[in-house]
Design a protein around this ligand. Structure first.
Ligand code: K7E
Ligand code: CUA
Length: 764
């Protein structure tokens, strides 16, 4: 150990000198092309996607993690994965589901008093301001257990999970209104709306219902308000996806549906299966809703019925108040997307080869004129397709979802059966280009392509099958996200990205400049509530409180020690450990676990986290930091000592080390030498315009923050030296050096950063 420390000083010195070797490749570009069999086209694609070391992506994509119940963040155009975010599923790296704060978030997703520790995430949606993605929040749904989660993009953490009070499954969430007033969530498989209520399938038409929920979002609090949310009761058609109107159509919302046959399968009884019965008819229904009027009605306390304590606008009321209309849509539709200008609604036919473009203006004219072709079985007025359609375009087989370009009238639609993307003009109704993808595309996504201001440039095809595209990894294949350049008139396929965790369904992407995530919390923050943590501790305030059979620890973390380093408990005690990370430095996260007690916390700078468990077995349990946070990370540990009831320590003291005066003097010299290195680095930093480099400023601040912790230690070691207590004298001097090393490490990082980013000398 001590040998290693001795070697560290020259190492620091060498780094301080900035020994940068420049390696020139002996190979030319031509050589590499030949060696790797790359074409000109490949090189072009590589040049369009390659993000050089240290550089960043232009867009960030937030993908549903499918059956993993998570959200996955990656960069575009590099397709580099940046983060998995635990949402409906516990995720140990982030301590999600392993610390008390996040357990409370997950508990919001309990159904009938039971934990549901997975989710089938489908559709992420950004919060919007004036119809544009604003980079503040992300919402995502769980199809299997009808829920919605709220993620805050300041720290990329899940803050809230709400359970749909009336659905038993859902599909069409989360779709956000233009100013994030509401988040839409539509049902999928009809069921009785009352919870825990049985009705036989023979009463499908009378007792089973679909619906569309509007979750009220409180932007200031960043949370969904369950009590202010409401739903539309809908016929037992299988509501699918939704999209709220924008611009001229703001205030209205659109939900497509299929299986309007209301077919009930029963293959085991010899009945034709659902897939036959649900696609028998030529058309299904687009639901058109006036959500603004509905919201006002609900706010005024009128027009709804409470079902499971939730406000539901029954079909009868919706018809009477003119809140709900239907329009036929071609065969088993899938996907409904409002154009950026809010004038049209594009719907894919799935079993039809057309995409249908509905005109909002025509729909409104028909409603105003009371011009309906019929009513459905529940009395909902049906507008004739011909009275609502703007244009229908033959695209190919299996049109599903659509996304828009920054160029006016240009839309991209996925063709599932054809495994293609069609680029077409929805104003004129003509196909512009097609490109093959690999294989069986579901959703597709353009940059901010579902907002009122699409950014164009790139398209990602979210393919359901990858088959032969990647190195085989067993029968379960990754999915294939394919990056396509859409900046020119012909689309160009650029890159295949294996998507390794679930079937993602949908992804949304945003200009990275719109995101403003923090690098640290205010010291003592509970990140799940965004409020000061009541059990946070500052440096010097650490303590252990024992009351009856409860042991409560108020501790801190800083490189490279945990305070306290010993926790005493008796068998059967309930142990609660609150830890505050005192670091200010970017990326200095500490983790925390106690051996065999199934707890884990990720404590980012400033955060306070609590882990709790019952010390139900006698023994010695090391706890430690789980992030490699510094050279002495492995020393960042302590012991939980669980003693038998009534155990008395014998008064035997800890073994003494054998330190001499010479050891002490050597340590003091090391401290002096290291200070010289620090001084030289400081001299360099202050000789340049480092204040113009915020990252360098942060590192310098952190460096001095570290050094500041050594305050008072000089007096301490000198005091022990005066008493010839060489162990204490030596070790407290050594502790100064520990802080110096961290300070020097940061100072040198700042120096390198300044040198590499062209810092200039300033006049003294
Ligand atoms: Cu088409 Cu669930 Cu959006 Cu998947 S859904 S593809
Ligand atoms: Cu803190 Cu390792």
């Amino acid at each position: 150990m001590r040998g290693m420390i001795k070697r560290t000083v020259p190492l620091l010195l060498a780094a301080g000198m900035g020994l940068a070797a420049t390696a020139w490749s002996a190979e030319s570009l031509q050589d590499v092309m030949k060696r790797r069999s790359l074409s000109q086209q490949d090189l072009l694609a590589a040049a369009k996607t390659y993000v050089p070391t240290g550089k960043r992506d232009e867009f960030l994509a937030f993908s549903s993690g499918g059956q993993s119940g998570q959200v996955i963040v990656y960069g575009i155009p590099s397709m580099r994965i940046l983060k998995y975010i635990g949402v409906f599923t516990p995720e140990p790296w982030q301590g999600y589901g392993f610390d008390e704060e996040s357990k409370k978030v997950l508990a919001g997703g309990r159904i009938d008093g039971k934990d549901i520790s997975w989710g089938d995430t489908h559709h992420p949606g950004f919060s919007e301001t004036n119809g544009e993605a604003d980079g503040q929040y992300l919402f995502i749904n769980d199809k299997a257990n009808p829920r919605i989660a709220v993620l805050d993009l300041r720290d990329f953490e899940t803050k809230q999970i709400v359970v749909n009070p009336i659905f038993k499954s859902e599909h069409g969430g989360a779709f956000v209104t233009p100013n994030s007033e509401y988040i839409m969530q539509a049902a999928q498989y009809p069921a009785p709306l009352e919870n825990r209520k049985y009705e036989p399938l023979s009463s499908m038409n009378e007792k089973y219902r679909g619906g569309i929920t509007f979750w009220k979002f409180d932007r200031k609090e960043g949370r969904i308000k369950e009590k202010e949310s409401f739903s539309f009761e809908a016929p037992p058609y299988w509501q699918d996806l939704s999209d709220p109107g924008k611009g001229p159509s703001d205030g209205w919302a659109f939900t497509n549906s299929f299986c309007s046959e209301r077919y009930v399968g029963g293959i085991e009884d010899g009945r034709p299966p659902y897939e036959a019965g649900c696609s028998a008819k030529d058309t299904d229904y687009l639901h058109v809703m006036n959500w603004k009027k509905a919201a006002e009605m609900v706010k005024a306390g009128k027009g709804f019925k409470l079902i499971n304590g939730h406000k539901v606008i029954m079909m009868e009321t919706a018809i009477k108040e003119g809140l709900l209309y239907l329009i036929p849509e071609p065969k088993s539709p899938h996907g409904v997307d409002v154009t950026p200008d809010g004038k049209f609604i594009v719907i894919g036919g799935k079993l039809d080869s057309h995409a249908s473009v509905y005109s909002f203006e025509k729909i409104m004219a028909a409603i105003k004129a009371g011009k309906f072709e019929s009513k459905d079985a529940y009395g909902i007025p049906v507008i004739a397709l011909k009275d609502a359609i703007h244009v229908q375009v033959q695209l190919g087989l299996g049109p599903l979802h659509s996304q828009f370009d920054s160029k006016p009238c240009v839309v991209y639609t996925s063709l599932y059966v054809d495994s293609q993307v069609a680029k077409w003009d929805y104003c004129e109704g003509k196909v512009l280009d097609k490109i093959s993808v690999h294989y069986n595309i579901g959703h597709l996504m353009t940059m901010e392509g579902d907002t009122s201001k699409p950014a164009g440039k790139y398209l990602v095809a979210l393919n359901k099958l990858s088959i032969d595209r990647f190195n085989p990894v067993g029968p379960l294949h990754p999915q294939n996200h394919q990056l396509i350049d859409i900046s020119n008139s012909k689309m160009q396929l650029l890159y295949d990205m294996p998507f390794p965790l679930g079937e993602p369904h949908y992804t949304v992407a945003i200009d990275a400049k719109k995101l403003k995530p923090g690098v640290r919390y205010k010291v003592g923050t509970d990140s799940r509530t965004d409020k000061p943590h009541p059990s946070a501790a500052k440096a010097g305030e650490e303590r252990i409180v024992k009351k009856g059979n409860k042991v409560e620890v108020f501790g801190t973390l800083i490189r490279s020690h945990i305070t306290p380093e010993k926790i005493d408990a008796e068998v059967g005690d309930e142990v609660t450990i609150h830890l505050t990370n005192l670091e200010r430095a970017q990326d200095e996260t500490h983790g925390f676990t106690v051996s065999t007690y199934n707890v884990h916390a990720s404590v980012e700078p400033g955060k306070t986290v609590t882990v709790k468990f019952k010390a139900d077995k006698e023994g010695v349990y090391p706890y430690y930091c789980t992030e490699f946070c510094s050279a002495l990370h492995l020393e960042m540990m302590g012991y939980l000592l669980v003693k038998p009831k009534g155990w008395k320590d014998t008064g035997k003291t800890l073994a003494k080390g054998s330190y001499t005066e010479a050891d002490y003097k050597a340590t003091v010299k090391k401290v002096v030498d290291t200070q010289a290195i620090i001084d030289s680095v400081v001299a360099y930093i202050t000789s340049v315009n480092y204040k113009d480099f915020p990252d360098a400023v942060a590192m310098v601040e952190d460096a001095f923050d570290q050094l500041g912790h050594s305050k008072g230690l000089k007096e301490k070691h000198e005091g022990f030296a005066a008493k010839k207590d060489w162990e204490n004298a030596n070790l407290w001097a050594e502790q100064i050096w520990q802080y110096q090393v961290k300070c020097a490490d940061l100072g040198i990082r700042a120096k390198t950063h300044l040198e590499q980013n062209g810092a200039k000398k300033v006049a003294k």
